[in-house]
Structure formats: structure tokens, C-alpha cells
Write a protein that binds this ligand. Structure first.
Ligand code: CA
Length: 397
């Protein structure tokens, strides 16, 4: 789902927050007056009376959307759980079939935008299981609900206004359905992404993200191309880092030439030398130093423009590899106990108590928390990968 940088998508076991009847009644009242004000603003900004009448009449806030927006994951998703959920044999097989079936279209798109077909199919598979799940929530109802809600009013008001503009131009029907957060079609574009990057691939004058595969893939490739996709380069690769590797060099903040990484002892996961190419790359350790290591290139960063999650970007890259018959990840999978939200909070609390200022505990391992963990690990003389785990919590006790 493009443009969901602000959404935290690690929900596994989702605890939902039920709104009380009274809160619901209050929400409805303020929603109606908010909606009236919004209508005036939308008319002023040029949305036609016809579109406003057709989309904003008789609307009520969608409580389910608010519940989904407020859910807090009870457990963090471990790397392997995420990868195994995202990349099944079934999905790989279906992706390979689709790659073959639509080869001609993919080749045209590849030629025009420089994005290799395997990546387009990987996004398609991960976003909606190849179009199976494009969302069942009426778009305008969700967007008005979220735009009225105070949590991300500015962001969703913009999405709502843009959705109405797109409808006004006749590209999508008034009653279109999307994800609860307003992501649309086979590749889950948010309205602003649609407006900026969607392309009419089949030349029928419309940009249809549901029915027209040419529109979908031209649009996805257009987004990637304009976000800096490097034609002819891949996303990255699984590598091995040597014993004693300086863990401060891991992370997207550090870019080095492949030759420099080779000098530092980084090799392909099968032990062979890294390719010789003039490319900058970063080493990332998404599951800490005990997990797999990846050397990631510029296109990995472009995948992060689609969805700002390292797990997601690795899943896209790895699924793309599997579609062209590359093998599974080589690092042995370890059974890791997922960190509960309470435990994550406790880690942050303990770090603060020990003088590593990681800010107000929120249960999310952001860069400040990781920095604090690293400093603590260094003080203990253990590998400082900044990775939060149950083991780490034990050490902090
Ligand atoms: Ca079209």
C-alpha cells in the first residue's frame, strides 16, 4: 500500500478497541457538522456539486474503520514469521504462472519504465494476493471517518479531497471499495499516489486500478521509476558477514561501494565473492546479528518509498527472486519468541532507568530505542546490534 508510511503494519494479533455507545453518538454528531464544513471547503476547491451530492449524502462514520485504526498489535512480528507469512510456495507458484501469462504486457512495461517484471508481480502478490483482496470498505465513508477523527486529520482530509477530485474526473466510480485506510485496487494506491502516478496503460482514457492490468502495471512501474528505480539493478542479496564484523556499520545510514564491503569481509551467502560493480550498498540485519544479513542497493530504498518497512522491502525483493527460480534464504531460521507490547514497553522503561534516554515508552522500537539498546549492549560487551528481544529484556533486569 503506497503512502502508508504513517501506518504501523506489524499487527499480528490485533486487539481492537470498542467504542462506547455514547462515544459513538458523539462521534456521529460532530461528524455531521464536520462533514457540512468539509462540503463547503470541497465545493470551494472545485469539486462539482454532482460529485459532492453523490458521495457525501447520508454518510455515517464507519466504526469498524476506527476500530481497525486504533488496534495495537499485541506481539511484534518476528522476521521469519513475516517472511513465512508473505512468501508461501503457493504464492510463488501463482506468481510464476502470472509472470508467464502476462509476459507480453510485463515486457512492454519493463521497456518503458525499466522495472523488471518480477518486481511488479511481487508487489501485486504482497499487496492483494494478486488482486484477491482489494478491500471491501466504501472508500469515501472510510476517508471521511478518518478525516473527521482527530488522529490524522490532515493526512486523511488530503486523501479525501483527492479521492473526490479523481471521481470528479470520472476515473473511479463514486461507490468504489478500498482497504479500511483508503488504499485502492490491485496495488493499493492511496488517492494522492493515484493522482500523482496512476497511468492509463491501455489507452481507454481511464486509469483503472481494479479491472485493467495494463493500467495497474504501468502505474506501479511509473511510481517506482519516478521514485528512483534503477533499471538493470536488483534490490539486494542475502550475504554473510564475518565474525567480529563491526555492527556499527549495519543500517541504511551507511552506504559503501561493493568493493569496500568485500574488503570488510562481506561475501555472498554461499561464501563466494561479491560481484564487481560500481554500486553503493548498505548492510542490514533485520533480525539482529543472529539472523540473516542483507546487502541492499538503491532499489531497496525505492521499495521503501512504497512501504517504509524493512521486512516488507525484503519480502518484495525475495519474492521477486523466487519468481525467477532463485532459492530460499540460506540463513537457518531460528525460533524466536516474539516480543509482546508489554515487554517492548518494559525494555524502553528499563533503558530509561539505566540512563539511556530513549524517550517516552511507546512499545515501538524506533531509531532512538535502537540507539539506546546499542549503547547498553556495548556497555555489557555483547554484540551491539540494537535489536530488541526477550533475551535483551532478561539482561536489562
Ligand atoms: Ca485505462
Amino acid at each position: 500500500m503506497i503512502d502508508k508510511k504513517r501506518f504501523f503494519k506489524a499487527a499480528m494479533v490485533a486487539g481492537s478497541v470498542l467504542l462506547s455507545t455514547q462515544a459513538m453518538a458523539e462521534t456521529q454528531e460532530t461528524y455531521q457538522s464536520w462533514l457540512n464544513n468539509f462540503k463547503v471547503a470541497a465545493a470551494k476547491s472545485g469539486i462539482s456539486a454532482k460529485t459532492l451530492e453523490a458521495t457525501l449524502t447520508g454518510l455515517e462514520p464507519n466504526q469498524r474503520v476506527l476500530e481497525l485504526d486504533r488496534r495495537q498489535p499485541e506481539f511484534s512480528l518476528t522476521f521469519w514469521k513475516y517472511i513465512n507469512n508473505s512468501i508461501s510456495e503457493k504464492r510463488i507458484k501463482r506468481g510464476r504462472d502470472l509472470l508467464k501469462k502476462h509476459a507480453k504486457l510485463f515486457e512492454q512495461v519493463h521497456k518503458k519504465y525499466g522495472v523488471q517484471p518480477r518486481f511488479l508481480v511481487a508487489f501485486w502478490g504482497l499487496e492483494t494476493n494478486f488482486g484477491d483482496y482489494t478491500g471491501v470498505f466504501p472508500l469515501i465513508q472510510s476517508l471521511t471517518t478518518l478525516a473527521h477523527d482527530e488522529r490524522r486529520r490532515e493526512f486523511f482530509t488530503k486523501q479525501l479531497m483527492t479521492a473526490l477530485e479523481i471521481m470528479d474526473d470520472g476515473h473511479i466510480p463514486y461507490d468504489v471499495k478500498a482497504s479500511w485506510a483508503g488504499a485502492m485496487g490491485y496495488c493499493q494506491f492511496m488517492p494522492t499516489t493515484y493522482k500523482a502516478y496512476a497511468v492509463d496503460g491501455d489507452g481507454d482514457g481511464k486509469r483503472d486500478m481494479w479491472q485493467s492490468l495494463p493500467d495497474v502495471f504501468h502505474s506501479a512501474a511509473n511510481f517506482l521509476s519516478q521514485s528512483g528505480w534503477q533499471p538493470g539493478e536488483t534490490w539486494g542479496r542475502e550475504v554473510k558477514i564475518p565474525k567480529g564484523f563491526n555492527l556499527d556499520l549495519a543500517g541504511l545510514g551507511i552506504k559503501k561501494n561493493l568493493a569496500d564491503w568485500a574488503k570488510l569481509g562481506v561475501v555472498k551467502v554461499d561464501g563466494k565473492a561479491l560481484p564487481v560493480a560500481d554500486m553503493k550498498a548498505s548492510v542490514i540485519l533485520p533480525a539482529g546479528y543472529k539472523g540473516p544479513a542483507f546487502l541492499v542497493y538503491e532499489n531497496f530504498r525505492t521499495i521503501l518509498d512504497w512501504n517504509r518497512s524493512n521486512f516488507y522491502a525484503i519480502a518484495v525483493g525475495h519474492l521477486a527472486d523466487r519468481l525467477v527460480w532463485k532459492g530460499p534464504l540460506q540463513t537457518p531460521q531460528i525460533k524466536e519468541t516474539p516480543l509482546s507490547r508489554g515487554q517492548a514497553l518494559l525494555i524502553q522503561q528499563r533503558l530509561n532507568e539505566k540512563g539511556y534516554d530513549v524517550g517516552k515508552p511507546d512499545g515501538i522500537a524506533g531509531s532512538r530505542t535502537r540507539k539506546g539498546i546499542k549503547a547498553f549492549q556495548k556497555s555489557m560487551g555483547i554484540p551491539a546490534d540494537g535489536y530488541p528481544s526477550v533475551e535483551l529484556l532478561e539482561l536489562l533486569k
